[in-house]
Design a protein around this ligand. Structure first.
Ligand SMILES: [Zn+2]
Length: 215
């Protein structure tokens, strides 16, 4: 079973040394150990539970959100019914679908038919994810969805406050600003999804999500 990913900052984690780097590089890891996406071209040294891993940008920055340098990092959303990795997998499907939609009228008309049919459902999923931003502010505290404020707090609070914050953070998920990862997302689409996914399989995924939400 894959390990869980949760929102965190880097302050209590060590720096990687050259020997540890070399050991990891020699393993030729091609898949993110947390979400399974291909990391051949984009990867980070990721410290977790006393061990070093190589992970994708989404998983790495979730657990080291203070390391992400960007004006708009995205939002924290209240989404306790779904794991962070499940959310990333759904987002990657949305990005893939969006890519297919923007590049439609391809030679493969069969794909186009499926896209038309499911694109609206995916827009609905995207909207309900953005709604969850408000949930974080209303159910937790007004700044709970603000990545910069939460990150600043986690970076300066006492160790005791930091440990206590874990309870609240387990309800939050990171909804990344996809603009930051534009190149990487395109690389995933072309190297992971084009080969392994077909929009005809999406109906089943959407139904599964609906079922999960109604449980
Ligand atoms: Zn990952």
């Amino acid at each position: 079973m894959k390990e869980n990913i949760s929102i965190d900052v880097s302050r209590f984690k060590p720096q990687i040394n050259e020997k540890e780097k070399k050991e990891l590089d020699n393993k030729n890891i091609t898949e993110c150990p947390f979400c399974g996406v291909n990391i051949k071209n984009y990867s980070h040294y990721h410290f977790k539970n006393d061990k070093w891993y190589k992970s994708c940008s989404f998983c790495y920055y979730t657990e080291n959100i203070d390391k992400l340098i960007a004006m708009n990092k995205g939002d924290f959303v209240f989404l306790n019914e779904m794991s962070q990795v499940d959310l990333f997998n759904i987002l990657r499907h949305i990005y893939f679908l969006d890519y297919l939609y923007k590049n439609k009228n391809s030679k493969d008309n069969k794909i186009d038919e499926h896209i038309e049919e499911i694109y609206d459902s995916y827009l609905l999923i995207q909207d309900s994810l953005s709604d969850r931003k408000e949930y974080a502010a209303n159910l937790m505290c007004p700044s709970a969805n603000d990545i910069n404020i939460v990150t600043d707090y986690l970076s300066v609070c006492t160790k005791e406050e930091y440990d206590n914050s874990k309870h609240a953070l387990k309800y939050l998920r990171w909804l990344p600003n996809q603009e930051i990862f534009k190149e990487e997302i395109l690389w995933w689409i072309e190297n992971n999804f084009k080969e392994n996914c077909h929009p005809k399989d999406y109906k089943k995924i959407i139904l599964d999500i609906g079922r999960k939400n109604n449980d």
